[in-house]
Design a protein around this ligand. Structure first.
Ligand code: GLU
Length: 251
């Protein structure tokens, strides 16, 4: 059974206008994930959106600058997020399971093997989608993995996954020459240098850090793709090796 780790970013899950969880987007996403799970892929979801959902849930106007407020937002938002996933996946007869992790859960051999065992057991039980996020209410600075691109990379390597799918709000890496999605990337170093040197030419800021997570995963021998999470109807094709996305091949 092919193991696919799917990371979905806050931009896909929340509405830009008011930061609320985007119900329509979630329905499409859950439908696509339930579909590939039904086809026999083993899926683990790494979902952001807790802080975002908490900000709107608490009626805050902007992203909080201080750590305790961010942690409070995550605590409020994480339950909203899981509530939404649970309700939607139930329509497909699928249960969800929550794991909130910190860097220690990967760095400590005993803890990481427990995480791996738990995920293996959930998979064995069947019809369960594990949903992982950083434990944002406790993980700050040195015990934090950082961002969810890196968290999903660590999950992918821990589980020795077959593929990591990073769902963002862009179709993939856009070539500045052709303005089209670069479908296959063989030389990640060249792209990395390019992203560092000339950030503005890629569609979103933060692409350089995303590519660090891609590189880490590809170096571990796991094919990684960047695709548009607002078009999850493309997921089935993407996991089958086709579809609109940027695909980073392993050597
Ligand atoms: N863990 C954060 C959240 O759920 C997101 C971090 C990230 O997207 O990189 O809001």
């Amino acid at each position: 059974m092919k193991k696919i780790i799917i990371k979905v970013g806050t931009g896909v899950l929340t509405r830009e206008s008011d930061g609320q969880l985007d119900g329509a987007s979630l329905v499409k996403l859950v439908t696509a994930i339930a579909d590939i799970s039904d086809q026999g892929y083993q899926v683990v979801l790494v979902s952001s959106g807790a802080v975002g959902a908490g900000i709107s849930g608490l009626g805050l106007k902007e992203y909080p600058a201080d750590v305790p407020t961010r942690q409070a937002c995550a605590a409020v938002g994480q339950t909203r997020l899981m509530h939404a996933y649970e309700n939607l996946f139930r329509n497909f007869g699928v249960s969800v399971a929550q794991l909130l992790l910190t860097a220690d859960d990967f760095n400590d051999a005993e803890r990481s093997s427990r995480v791996r065992d738990t995920l293996a057991k959930l998979s064995e039980m069947g019809n369960i989608i594990p949903i992982i996020n950083e434990n944002d209410s406790v993980a700050v600075e040195e015990i934090s993995v950082g961002d969810n691109d890196m968290l999903s990379s660590r999950v992918a390597t821990l589980l020795d996954a077959d593929m990591l799918v990073l769902m963002s709000t862009i179709d993939g890496l856009i070539s500045p020459e052709t303005n089209e999605v670069v479908r296959e990337i063989e030389d990640i170093e060249a792209v990395l240098n390019y992203a560092r040197a000339d950030r503005g030419k890629f569609s979103i800021g933060g692409m350089a850090t995303k590519l660090q997570a891609v590189k880490r995963t590809v170096d571990a021998g796991i094919e990684t793709v960047i695709m548009n999470g607002t078009r999850p109807d493309r997921l089935a094709a993407v996991v089958a090796g086709d579809g609109v996305c940027s695909r980073f091949k392993t050597q």
